[in-house]
Design a protein around this ligand. Structure first.
Ligand SMILES: [Ca+2]
Ligand SMILES: [Ca+2]
Length: 224
């Protein structure tokens, strides 16, 4: 019992770090031909009202808890960690493991799913942190909001106000503000700061404070 609690504590600490890393690690490793066939999706709850379903490039706010399939032990805990805030990420562009990019498509705000991801679309032959090599993982996800994100390629040009093919925080913030105002839901400063911090942490891989065209679009380099 005690060791179980200890494991959870350790894994929660690890997951905070892991959470930031989930995306970049396997962004380049997703070579499987038809990933949608390999990811098992079980819808646990779907709200009756669903005005918008998640698609590639959308900005998602979600909780996701990760478990090892083999023994059910938890290795990631955006929800169960008491400090846990739901995570912001852009869907379908490699900010989360490929299995979640695939398994979280077409979700409504309020929907809950169980997504089972084979190792090739998760942490691969090397594993990561508490996830051993070649491990199938199960995520319980709950989507809190779905909105148009900053990642569609048409959006890049709109965001890049000075047309230098690189995005500053000010440029991304301006874009997000416009999007939320358009949607009739303007937000306060801390809200935008939180999203910006998340987006830049996950996207600005060389940490130069700007999101380059290459950093912006991980899967489809050809488009630029
Ligand atoms: Ca710019
Ligand atoms: Ca950069």
């Amino acid at each position: 019992m005690q060791s179980g609690m200890m494991w959870r504590l350790v894994s929660c600490v690890v997951c905070v770090f892991l959470g930031w890393q989930l995306g970049s690690v396997w962004a380049g490793a997703a070579g499987a031909a038809e990933p949608q066939d390999q990811v098992q999706i079980q819808v646990l709850f779907r709200p009756e009202e669903c005005s918008r379903k998640s698609k590639k490039g959308d900005l998602i706010n979600a909780h996701y808890d990760g478990f090892l399939e083999k023994d059910g032990s938890q290795f990631y805990c955006s929800r169960s960690d008491k400090q846990g805030h739901p995570q912001w990420f852009v869907l379908g562009v490699g900010q989360v493991i490929r299995g979640l990019d695939v398994g979280m498509m077409d979700m409504c705000a309020g929907e809950k799913r169980k997504v089972t991801v084979p190792s090739e679309l998760a942490f691969g032959p090397t594993g990561k942190g508490p996830v051993p090599p070649n491990a199938t993982v199960v995520f319980e996800v709950e989507v809190l909001s779905v909105s148009r994100g900053p990642r569609s390629m048409e959006a890049f040009g709109q965001i890049d106000l000075d047309k230098d093919r690189s995005l500053t925080k000010a440029e991304v913030k301006e874009y997000l503000k416009l999007e939320y105002e358009k949607g009739g839901k303007p937000r306060d400063e801390p809200f935008y700061e939180k999203i910006l911090a998340d987006i830049f942490w996950k996207s600005d891989q060389d940490r130069d404070g700007q999101i380059s065209a290459k950093e912006y679009n991980i899967y489809e380099r050809d488009e630029l």
